[in-house]
Design a protein around this ligand. Structure first.
Ligand code: ASP
Ligand code: MG
Length: 265
């Protein structure tokens, strides 16, 4: 990955989950967020998930045809969800006069092992993305998917778009990956079920990993491990209220000295 580092300084990766792209109207809102961000960060890669519960619907569809579908064909089908999102986001940006290019996982150079439905990323070769960023355009990448060395389309396991975003952040030498969610940040309990839940402003990678391994669905565990290994900062925030601070995950809390969650163990 290191050969890409020098020519890709200060790229921001923005990841939009399924809730942020749940309806056609959401794409206009997301496009506004990206356009506003471009003022501070001229180099932006966005990673998007499938709209709302599209992935669940595609899996249900497969099962209607074959309760035990061949894994290769499952991947071929479910990757369609993210492909819908990338094209619609590029269209929404174009409508607002912002040039963008959408790419599948394969076109983005997300190289994985050949284990269908649960592949691991083994390399990122963003040859198609770098010239788009150099041209001042937004690169839009389909999350959750890649391509094996044998040229087969693979998926990274449910929730895998987070890992796509972090893998690109590492390959493009980003300083931060921002995750836009329907919750304001990482909480000590599910904020949708427990109104007394409180939000962390800062966590270390280790603390965040512990929280998701205990069952919080806020980030894909593998994306935190990858960020920890590469000392990449993660920012979990809501797409609904841009002024809100969210949760920063990474070392920087020591520098900024904001209140943080103390691990008692
Ligand atoms: N759309 C996929 C899923 O629902 C991947 C993701 O959302 O990260 O699991
Ligand atoms: Mg999804």
């Amino acid at each position: 990955m290191s050969e890409h580092h020098q020519n890709s300084q200060s790229t921001l990766v923005m990841k939009f989950g399924g809730a942020a792209v749940a309806t056609p109207e959401h794409f206009s809102r997301i496009a506004d967020i990206i356009i506003a961000k471009m003022k501070e960060h001229p180099r932006i890669v966005t990673v998007v998930s499938a709209m709302g519960n599209t992935t669940d619907q595609l899996i249900a569809l497969a099962k209607q045809v074959n309760p035990d579908p061949p894994r290769r064909e499952y991947d071929m089908l479910v990757t369609v969800g993210e492909r819908i999102s990338i094209a619609l986001l590029a269209m929404a940006l174009a409508k607002k006069g912002c040039e963008a290019r959408s790419f599948t996982g394969s076109q983005s150079g997300i190289i994985t092992c050949s284990r269908h439905t649960d592949a691991r990323i083994i390399d990122v070769r963003p040859h198609r993305i770098l010239p788009v960023l150099a041209d001042g355009k937004v690169a839009i990448v389909a999350g959750f998917q890649g391509v094996s060395r044998g040229g087969e389309i693979t998926t990274l396991g449910r929730g895998g778009s987070d890992t796509t975003a972090v893998a690109l952040g590492v390959a493009l030498n980003s300083t931060k990956v921002e995750f836009f969610k329907d919750v304001p940040g990482v909480f000590n309990a599910d904020p949708k079920k427990n109104s007394a839940a409180s939000m962390y402003t800062h966590l270390s990678h280790g603390e965040a990993l512990k929280i998701v391994l205990e069952g919080a669905k806020v980030l894909h565990p593998r994306c935190i491990e990858l960020a920890q290994k590469n000392q990449l900062m993660l920012h979990v925030r809501t797409f609904q209220e841009l002024g809100s601070q969210g949760t920063l995950i990474g070392k920087e809390r020591e520098v900024v000295g904001l209140p943080c969650y103390e691990d008692e163990t």
